[in-house]
Design a protein around this ligand. Sequence first.
Ligand SMILES: [Mn+2]
Length: 338
Amino acid sequence: MKNSDIKQLKNLLDSSQKAVIVTHHNPDGDAIGSVLALYHYLVKKGLQTQIFIPNMYPDFLEWMHRGENLKVYNEKDKETIANVFSDSDLIFCLDFNVPKRSHFLEQFIVNSSAYKILIDHHIEPDIKSFNLIFSKIETSSTAELIFDIIDACGDKNLIDKTMAECLYVGMATDTGSFSYNNNYVHTYEILTHLFSLGIDGAKIQRLVYNNFTENRMRLFGLCLNEKLHVLKDYKTAYIVLSLNDLKKYSYNSGDTEGIVNYALSIKGIDMAALFIERKELIRISFRSYEDLSVNKIASDFFEGGGHKNAAGANSYESLEATVDKFLKILPDLDKYRL
Ligand SMILES: [Mn+2]
């Protein structure tokens, strides 16, 4: 983090009145945790702040203190939203690297003349689209970056228990509860501070992870029992879910979160993929260990991206064609073990 960037941010915070915070489509724990922590900070700094998210977050994040100004994009509010964006001095873009990842909100970001600030940890940020960029790939989560930025602005004392909970959720969910992407000493230094503010780690873990609906648990059962394919020769395991499977278990957004990690947890497997059929596209999640770059596979074959060991992509071919395409990559997998 450059001193000059922090200085610029401090000046912006002092000279601005209105801010908007946005995050990516299908917001996850890090997206929402980061957005809420920053929201509480900006409010404390005296900024009139509005959060917009492109679509609803999953149920297991519902308990977090979201303040009064969080709105989910809605087509019929388009004009009002456009006004808020154009009326705003600052737009904070959190946990995504290119405007199109914010889906419905992209148009408002691109069209607004507000000062655009990116805070993110995905590779290859689109530098042309933002005025000020805080991008750090080697960090556990965007939440961790939010902590560092607040700290660097000299405002660590403004982080309260509510904000600490939000930051903890971001850090925990982006690291599988500190089971991957978890070798940064600094992550634990931050955690020490968050716990000193009185957060209850066990309670948050329970709220975030141990609150499956019966349907979601049974959907996991289906995945592991019937939908999992293991290709030992390629050290690869993958799960394929059709629209019908999802319908049968009354799928809700977030229900498939974490399934792909089970495939990766099989002994001898170092790459896992999850294919989910949606109405208009196939959503793919990739996970891998160590040197195997699933980010590169996602971008080379499916116009996706993310992190080296955790990436996502969309496919506009059929479910079968998409899986076929994936299977054809496997004989050349060693190319991606960098
Ligand atoms: Mn993240």
